[in-house]
Design a protein around this ligand. Structure first.
Ligand code: MG
Length: 381
């Protein structure tokens, strides 16, 4: 495989900049950046991206003394790096992949999926809350950086890539997404970013779980994948635990990525996919893992749910998230004057619960905790 890295087997399926369906508001082309590089830069320079630094991936910021586990920002950077590796090898548009990967979690509220659940429950009679939809709202509406339009005015391909549309039937009823044909699969660059997201979090969550001793190395041997790995790296033989863990994760990541590269190229050849239109019209995603490796990854994800995401310490944080965000949402509903002026101004054209939800969802863990403590005069613990 090493000798093949310059082959770019899917280059003929790469999105072409000149075929972009463009931006909602026309803008002249930039003199030295292509449209997807420009989108990537707009994403990196937006407020929602900077806030990812203090938003939870799995472990809540500020409620732990460990500074080494993933935040939503470092997760997004890792997704971008792994996506670009996959896309570059396959010959897809790397700048487009990077833009989608960096923006894919912009809509996450504080406290990760626990926060998402609280907001969804609070919004259940008003359309609910879902982080993919929120990512789209941020880039198309909530960021205010330009005098003539709201949002970042990203290209169609990045906007479409952001919604991932795994929940097609639900998304089809949303007027927000009426510009997209949700009968199609995402473009290949977005499929790369989406699968890289799943690979990335599975690997780094396992690493964090092992390094924090939420998961023991012995427990890994329940999984078929690690029974194989044990043959290669003799668990517990290495004295330094961290090195041992990094070694396990390195092998896992490399195995998963290599499988995506080989399997995706084979699938496209086998199905005689000749152009981009055929790629998105295909009945299943073409960027994918082989069946045996998909089964192993599913097994790993179930293991992480049992051993890490439902660990007592994580569930304790979930309860704190619930307490904090429920309080803040209800507080702002009954005391709208406590909202910043620029947020209150939006009450003119939208139901107030959605505006409060946007405001609370935009908070970092840190801001939410401080705001809760100042408004409630209580400590979160
Ligand atoms: Mg993600």
């Amino acid at each position: 495989m090493n000798t093949l890295y310059t082959q770019k087997p899917l280059h003929f399926l790469s999105q072409k900049e000149e075929h972009s369906q463009g931006r909602l508001f026309d803008e002249p082309l930039h003199s030295f950046r292509n449209p997807y590089q420009r989108d990537r830069d707009r994403i990196i320079h937006c407020k929602a991206f900077r806030r990812l630094e203090a938003k939870t991936q799995v472990l809540v910021n500020l409620l732990s003394t460990n500074d080494h586990f993933r935040t939503r920002l470092t997760h997004s950077l890792e997704v971008s790096q792994i996506s670009r590796t996959i896309g570059r090898y396959l010959g897809l548009h790397e700048d487009l992949i990077e833009a989608v990967a960096l923006a894919h979690d912009l809509g996450h509220p504080p406290f990760g999926h626990a926060g998402e659940k609280v907001l969804h429950e609070w919004m259940k009679d008003h359309g609910g809350f879902e982080h993919n939809v929120q990512s789209y709202r941020i880039v198309s509406k909530l960021e205010k950086k330009y005098p003539h339009f709201d949002g970042l005015n990203l290209t169609y391909e990045v906007r479409f890539g952001l919604i991932k549309h795994r929940k097609k039937s639900k998304y089809k009823s949303l007027p927000l997404f009426s510009e997209f044909n949700l009968d199609l699969e995402p473009i290949l660059e977005a499929q790369v970013a989406d699968l890289a997201d799943e690979i990335t979090y599975s690997c780094h969550d396992l690493e964090d779980g092992l390094l924090l001793n939420f998961i023991s190395a012995e427990e890994l041997l329940e999984l078929s994948f690690f029974k194989d790995i044990k043959l290669k790296i003799k668990l517990n033989d290495i004295k330094k635990k961290e090195i041992e863990v990094y070694q396990i994760i390195r092998i896992l990541l490399e195995t998963l990525v290599k499988d995506v590269l080989i399997h995706s190229a084979e699938t496209i050849t086998k199905n005689h996919i000749k152009d981009i239109h055929a790629a998105v019209a295909h009945k299943t995603r073409l960027i994918s893992l082989s069946k045996p490796v998909r089964t192993q990854l599913t097994e790993l994800k179930r293991f992480l749910h049992r051993k890490f995401y439902r660990h007592d310490k994580i569930l304790e944080m979930t309860q704190l998230a619930d307490k904090c965000l429920s309080f803040l949402c209800n507080h702002y509903l009954h005391h709208p004057k406590d909202l910043p002026q620029y947020t209150r101004q939006r009450f003119m054209d939208q139901p107030s619960k959605r505006i409060i939800c946007d405001y609370v969802a935009g908070m970092t863990d840190r801001y939410a905790i401080v705001d809760y403590q100042s408004k409630s005069s209580l400590s979160l613990r």
